[in-house]
Design a protein around this ligand. Structure first.
Ligand code: SIN
Ligand code: FE2
Length: 212
């Protein structure tokens, strides 16, 4: 979606339970980016290992009470950053407020995420189709905030082989999926070269979830 002079565009229902909120994060952009830098100063980018022993292309960090981690031991949520041995940085208020507001616009009330996974995609980086299913309660939605370079998001069905919708996402767009859409497969096509005026040559995604 393009940045508009007139504020965010109307929510668009992509499928039952799944909403695109174009430009919703733009209004809070300065506060979001400042909070993001503070989180990353405490919990820097790292490329985790997959359970199969590969290095993930996407670099990650987390904030909030729980962080999503991957290692040879598997995928899980944990309270401590394995790099520092310390708790993940707290989830900034501006993150929580945006996540809750986005969930409300998508008709999910009282969303209180306890985990925010932060993904960084350099040009050429992709994320293959997967389901988010490491959480305890699938009645809670997922809120996903796109920042920096644009990307094409792949939004599939409940089966891996289902047809995927190709959804262009730009800086400030927010996606919410839950309810009947909660376990839809999704992924990100390789990010194209480019320069974002504030974030440079990268796409950053914030994924808010209720893990526990
Ligand atoms: C994810 O599925 O974990 C991230 C999706 C995105 O980067 O848009
Ligand atoms: Fe995901």
């Amino acid at each position: 979606m393009t940045e508009s002079l007139f504020g965010p565009a109307a929510p668009m229902e992509l499928a039952p339970g799944a909403w695109l909120l174009p430009g919703l994060a733009l209004e809070a952009e300065p506060a979001l980016l400042a909070a993001l830098q503070a989180v990353l100063a405490q919990a820097p980018w790292r490329q985790m290992q997959t359970p199969g022993g590969q290095t993930m292309q996407v670099a990650m960090s987390n904030c909030g009470p729980l962080g999503w981690v991957s290692s040879r031991a598997g995928y899980r949520y944990q309270a401590l950053d394995p790099l520092s041995g310390q708790a993940w940085p707290p989830m900034p208020t501006v993150f929580q407020t945006l996540a809750r507001h986005a969930a409300e616009l998508a008709h999910y009330e009282n969303f209180a995420p306890d985990a925010c996974l932060i993904n960084r995609y350099l040009p050429g980086t992709r994320l293959s189709l997967h389901q988010d299913r490491d959480e305890r309660d699938f009645s809670q939605p997922i809120v996903s905030v796109s920042l920096g370079l644009p990307a094409v998001f792949l939004f599939g069905g409940l089966q891996r082989a289902d047809k995927t919708l190709r959804l262009p996402l730009s800086h400030g767009d927010v996606l919410v999926w839950g309810g009947p859409a909660r376990l839809r497969f999704h992924g990100v096509m390789p990010v194209a070269q480019g320069q974002h005026p504030r974030l440079g040559a990268q796409r950053i995604n914030l994924t808010f979830r209720r893990a526990c």
